[in-house]
Design a protein around this ligand. Structure first.
Ligand SMILES: Nc1ncnc2c1ncn2[C@@H]1O[C@H](COP(=O)(O)OP(=O)(O)O)[C@@H](O)[C@H]1O
Ligand SMILES: [Mg+2]
Length: 571
């Protein structure tokens, strides 16, 4: 934080360079004769009288083909493994990388902002777009196919008023300004996560937004990583936002070693990591989520589906609180500034499925983790986030303690995308998805009520139908909801396998109910060998054994047919 004179020379949110090392900063408040700036770097050594140079521009980042596979700080400066997690003061981070460019426009062609000019062959093919901020123009020169740095011009345009404009592979974009799209589109399909409890019960649409609140150790980071590994997004942006330094270094250690499940290539080839550990200046944390969402939009504009994981937005909110406190602003709930809710909304609103300026479809899906103090879901960050997101995955301490993972509490979680996704499941071959998920949720709700009752009157005092409900709910928990991220076989569950498992479980529930109505005691059903198999179905019937799940239907029918109908049950 810097307070200095001569306020009239700068704008609010103007990027500035401070002191002999030209430390990066941003003006955040203008007074009548002074201004306040936050410096995104360690300010040790700054002294009165040091020069401040304005850039005339808002805080911007450089977007280009060198981002994929990289690890950056909150201002998108590369963190090189060689330097450790630290950056030289004032570093702007322009790696001298060269890219193999192939033009796709012709001389004399008219180019609109955001339109494709060519492509770049990195580990995966990336499009080079005319910056969305410029005006339309006519191509007067375009570079031939070859190797270029990010800053060299690859195309010259004549703009409408006769001015010319040079386009490079890299362009700057202000982080706080959403990148434009041609049109926002409604949610039409899910972002498949491969986690049954999410895809089947609480799905998130492509271009939608979800929050994962959970106390310490409930599995936020493991879940975010599972999503990074398995979700069907083209590009993953992972922003580690001020969680404990060692936790971030675990992620930095682990993600680069992982393989992409689908392509068999390194996962990092489609990943950008933005790391802001708690030992970095607090103000840089505030900038990092804007940096991350801007990078996400940059890939969206190339017609890609992007998933952005932020772990954790609570640390970001704490950075807002700290900066606000230093500005002497009036604190609101729990000391957070009154604008906490609007900042959260601005961030989540940048998620979406769009038709891009280039005329293709792209999306950004945001998954934000929240670490509520003491797991209290009524604290301000969780409460305000709830209003911004459509899907809410509440992680539960009791489930985590019981080592029941993912520890998503099915009664506290919800998804606003369910109706929009029913058609997608129908096309995938499950027209009953909507009704089936509703039945599972009703069963899980009934379980909580009946367990309460059973604690009072004792399990044996419950009528057989209710005992069966409890045992069926157990089965749903074990077979459908439980899924270990560390299991080779079960860490990913395809939509086809989810459909097969779900259908079989629903069939079991129906047959069991019929049997109990016909007088079979629930204990007999509990003892059926097929039920034991079902309990472990995720582990035993992996992706290569989906056909085997179909074969279990026969066993199911025949075991139920063989049950002795002992006595007629009146109740
Ligand atoms: N989906 C999961 N499958 C298996 N184990 C899990 C899962 N989620 C969490 N765990 C266990 O819980 C521990 C804590 O999870 P973590 O994600 O670090 O919690 P948080 O980020 O919420 O503090 C992990 O080290 C792991 O042992
Ligand atoms: Mg964590």
């Amino acid at each position: 934080m810097l307070r200095a004179g001569s306020a009239d020379v700068f704008h609010v949110y103007e990027a500035i360079a401070v002191g002999p090392h030209a430390l990066l900063g941003e003006v955040i408040k203008l007074g009548p004769d002074d201004f306040v700036a936050q410096i995104y770097e360690d300010t040790t050594g700054l002294k009165p009288g040091d020069a401040v140079t304005g850039s005339g521009q808002p805080l911007s980042i450089s977007l280009g083909p060198g981002l994929l596979g990289g690890i950056f700080d909150g201002l998108l400066r590369p963190l090189n493994a060689a330097d450790g997690p630290f950056i030289q003061p004032g570093a702007r981070g322009k790696p001298a990388q060269r890219f193999s460019f192939e033009p796709s426009v012709r001389l004399g062609e008219r180019i609109r902002p955001g339109q494709t000019i060519g492509s770049v062959a990195t580990a995966r093919r990336q499009l080079c777009l005319a910056p969305p901020g410029m005006g339309p123009g006519i191509v007067r020169w375009v570079a031939s196919a070859g190797e270029y740095s990010g800053e060299e011009p690859i195309c010259r345009l004549e703009l409408e008023e006769g001015a010319t404009c040079e386009v490079a592979l890299t362009h700057a974009w202000p982080v706080r300004k959403p990148r434009p799209a041609a049109q926002r589109l409604p949610i039409a399909g899910p972002m498949i996560t491969g986690q049954r409890i999410l895809d089947t019960l609480f799905p998130v649409g492509r271009g939608s937004r979800a929050a994962v609140p959970g106390g310490f150790g409930t599995g936020k980071t493991v879940l975010q990583e599972a999503l990074a590994k398995w979700s069907d997004a083209d590009i993953i942006i992972y922003v580690g936002c001020g969680e404990r330094g060692n936790e971030m270094s675990e992620v930095l250690d682990e993600l680069p070693k992982l393989q992409d499940s689908r392509s068999g290539r390194p996962l990092m080839e489609r990943t950008v990591i933005i790391a802001n550990t708690s030992n970095m200046p607090v103000a840089a944390r505030e900038a990092s989520v804007y940096t991350a969402i801007t990078v996400a939009e940059y890939f969206r504009d190339q017609g890609l589906h992007v998933a952005l994981m932020a772990d954790s937005t609570s640390r970001w909110a704490e950075a807002l609180r700290e900066v606000s406190g230093r500005l002497g602003e009036l604190p609101g709930e729990a000391g957070y500034p009154a604008y906490l809710s609007s900042r959260l909304a601005e961030f989540y609103e940048r998620a979406g499925r769009v038709s891009t300026l280039a005329g293709t479809e792209g999306s950004v899906t945001i998954i934000g983790a929240i670490s509520p103090p003491a797991g209290d879901l009524s604290e301000p960050v969780t409460m305000h986030t709830r209003r911004c997101v459509r899907t809410f995955w509440a992680l539960d301490r009791a489930r985590a303690h019981a080592r029941f993972y993912p520890a998503v509490n099915p009664l506290q979680s919800y998804s606003g995308d369910v109706e929009a996704l029913a058609r997608w499941w129908q096309i995938q071959g499950n027209p009953d998805w909507l009704a089936q998920r509703k039945r599972l949720l009703e069963l899980l709700e009934a379980q909580v009520q009946l367990e309460r009752m059973a604690r009072i009157v004792g399990m044996d005092a419950l009528p057989p139908a209710q005992q069966l409900t409890l045992s069926n709910a157990d089965l749903v928990n074990e077979a459908v909801l439980r899924q270990s991220s560390f299991s080779e076989v079960d860490r990913y569950c395809s939509p086809q396998r989810q459909t097969a498992i779900l259908g079989l479980i629903i069939r079991f529930i129906d047959l069991a109910r019929g049997a109990v109505e016909a007088g079979v005691h629930p204990d007999r059903i509990r003892e059926l060998p097929v039920r034991r198999t079902l309990q472990r179905i995720g582990e035993e019937y992996g992706e290569e054994r989906i056909a085997g799940i179909g074969a279990l239907w026969k066993q199911l029918e025949s075991e139920f047919a063989g049950l002795p109908r002992e006595h007629a049950n009146a109740g």
